[in-house]
Design a binder for this molecule. Structure first.
Ligand code: AMP
Length: 400
């Protein structure tokens, strides 16, 4: 490994109307990375707005970009890059960019330097993630066009799960479709990889064991890690599978889809819209997709949505414990996992039969990592950091 020069590394997560970005400072001597500033440009195409905070959580920008509204993410990206570079001191030049890319298909099992061939391959994977992959690729292309000198690295949400064995990864469908790639890919891989990294640094004994990680955010999934390696996960071919999410249903009877097509005249676009945007907590409650609204609401729909979310999460944890042949630790992470003591409490209450018991006071105290009783299987809250993971990968690749 050779040292890369001191500089700033840009991490991008690009959607259809928003770009989340984080800038890390890379030290020249030890190649250590530290958060510099980060934020979001959202409302692109309607009323673009830039909000950025420094590492110390001070506001660096909270500005309307409507005057600059270029309509699409690729069109506005060069302006964002210009803004970012204007905030960097002369001794901290931009040295590279890392992208979160949703799908790496069957072959991409690790992050990589982006070339024209890689862009072509990623474009061809769009049918596997039609709502996200084209946005990720468009951002890569826009950056390459405006700054061809800037090395870019792709980090895949699916890559971490390429270790899942056939017994957990294969759907019970005709083999010809399995052979054509209709299989469990799994998502949130960068989050699970960060948790595995964090455990290796801070709890090396647990890191070697059987760990179930519950990434509970507006998108939610769980993974089974054995010695830091993914052996099973709740999401499948698409990010619709597993437990119910903010607006996605999680696992459901596929016969429902046939029925809706036949009897309710729904076509593939109607189904896609319903499954990605109208189901899950929003669908059940008919109130909101935001877990905070659901927790505060006593309407029967909200109560049912909360109960279903917690019980399906507990069932999934038990299922992943079967894949692992036991459980040495349970980790909660992401928006709900990190900030939702009521939900953690309800999930763990259903898992008492597995030796899981929370310490109520610790569970209620923000910032406490170990929230279980002394006799319990350890239950932890670990804030995830997918951007750090991308930056770490990019530094490793750029210095290779
Ligand atoms: P993420 O996708 O990881 O940003 O997580 C977003 C989800 O976290 C939303 O459903 C929020 O309602 C949820 N969330 C954030 N704070 C809390 C909280 N204090 N209690 C319960 N859920 C929360």
């Amino acid at each position: 490994m050779t040292d890369i020069k001191k500089g700033a590394l840009l991490v991008l997560n690009s959607g259809s109307s928003s770009v989340k970005f984080t800038v890390f400072q890379v030290g020249d001597a030890d190649q250590k990375i530290a958060l510099y500033f980060g934020g979001q440009l959202d409302g692109i195409g309607s009323s673009a707005h830039l909000k950025v905070k420094t590492a110390a959580k001070e506001l660096l920008a909270d500005d309307s970009w409507e005057h600059l509204d270029q309509g699409t993410v690729p069109a506005i990206l060069p302006h964002l890059l210009e803004w970012i570079e204007s905030k960097l001191p002369a001794d901290l030049p931009l040295i590279g960019a890392g992208h979160r890319v949703v799908h790496g298909g069957e072959t991409f099992d690790k992050p990589m330097l982006i070339t024209d061939e890689i862009i072509e391959k990623l474009t061809s994977l769009a049918p596997l993630a039609p709502l996200h992959q084209p946005q990720n690729v468009a951002a890569i292309k826009a950056l390459a066009a405006s700054r061809p000198d800037l090395p870019q690295v792709a980090c895949y949400d699916t890559a971490f799960h390429r270790t899942i064995p056939a017994i957990n990864g294969t759907f019970a469908i005709p083999k010809e479709y399995t052979d054509a790639g209709v299989t469990r890919y799994g998502f949130h891989g960068l989050s699970y990889e960060y948790i595995a990294y964090n455990l290796r640094q801070n709890k090396p004994d647990l890191a070697k064991g059987k760990v179930v990680v519950a990434h509970l955010g507006s998108g939610a999934s769980l993974a089974a890690l054995q010695d830091g390696v993914s052996i099973d996960t709740s999401m499948g071919f698409s990010a619709l599978d597993g437990i119910p999410m903010g607006t996605r249903p999680g696992s459901m009877d596929p016969g429902v889809l046939i029925y809706l097509m036949r009897e309710h005249n729904m076509d593939v676009d109607d189904l896609e819209k319903m499954l990605y945007y109208k189901c899950g907590i929003l669908g059940i409650s008919d109130i909101s997709n935001d877990m905070r609204d659901i927790e505060e609401n006593q309407e029967p729909g909200a109560v049912l949505a909360l109960d279903i979310f917690c019980q399906r999460t507990a069932k999934q944890i038990a299922s992943l414990a079967v894949s692992l042949g036991g459980i040495d630790a349970l980790v909660f992470t992401a928006g709900i996992g990190e900030n939702g003591p009521i939900i953690r409490d309800k999930v763990c209450a259903d898992l008492a039969f597995m030796g899981i018991k929370l310490d109520a006071e610790k569970n209620d105290t923000r910032g406490v990592e170990l929230i279980s009783t002394e006799e319990s299987v350890p239950v932890m809250v670990i804030p995830t950091d997918e951007e750090f993971m991308i930056a770490q990968h990019a530094v490793n690749i750029l210095s290779a």
